[in-house]
Design a binder for this molecule. Structure first.
Ligand code: ZN
Length: 128
């Protein structure tokens, strides 16, 4: 009973077999934060975790990465703590190393910041 389960599951019931099944959302560019989302569009939880990073010399540098506790606890209850911890860690690692297109993330961030700078300059001109 349940002992043969080896995939992760969102509390909404959606199964997540590997990192390719998570949705990635990069809206919080100023905060350098990528949201990890459940792929179920009607999921009541929505966000399963986050990846925080910094950009140094045009390269992404990871700062803090984790799944939120409702998702972790749910899987620990289903699979046991050790198994869930190993599984979710491997999902996070895959998300970081395979799923996320860091080049695109960095380009998007820097492009937005250049745009902000240009807007600031324009406002200065208007104020003068
Ligand atoms: Zn869900």
């Amino acid at each position: 009973m349940g002992s043969e389960e080896s995939n992760a599951q969102c509390p909404c019931g959606h199964k997540l077999n590997d990192s390719s099944e998570y949705n990635i959302l990069y809206l919080k560019k100023e905060m350098r934060e990528i949201d990890i989302l459940c792929p179920n569009s009607v999921c009541y939880l929505g966000e399963l975790g986050f990846i925080k990073f910094e950009i140094t010399d045009n390269q992404a540098e990871l700062k803090h990465t984790r799944f939120y506790s409702p998702y972790v606890t749910w899987n620990a209850t289903r699979l046991g703590e050790d198994k869930a911890s190993m599984l979710l860690k491997s999902h996070l690692k895959e998300l970081i190393t395979e799923k996320i297109n860091w080049r695109q993330i960095i380009d998007e961030t820097l492009k937005m910041e250049n745009l902000d700078t240009q807007l600031d300059i324009k406002e200065d001109i208007i104020n003068d």
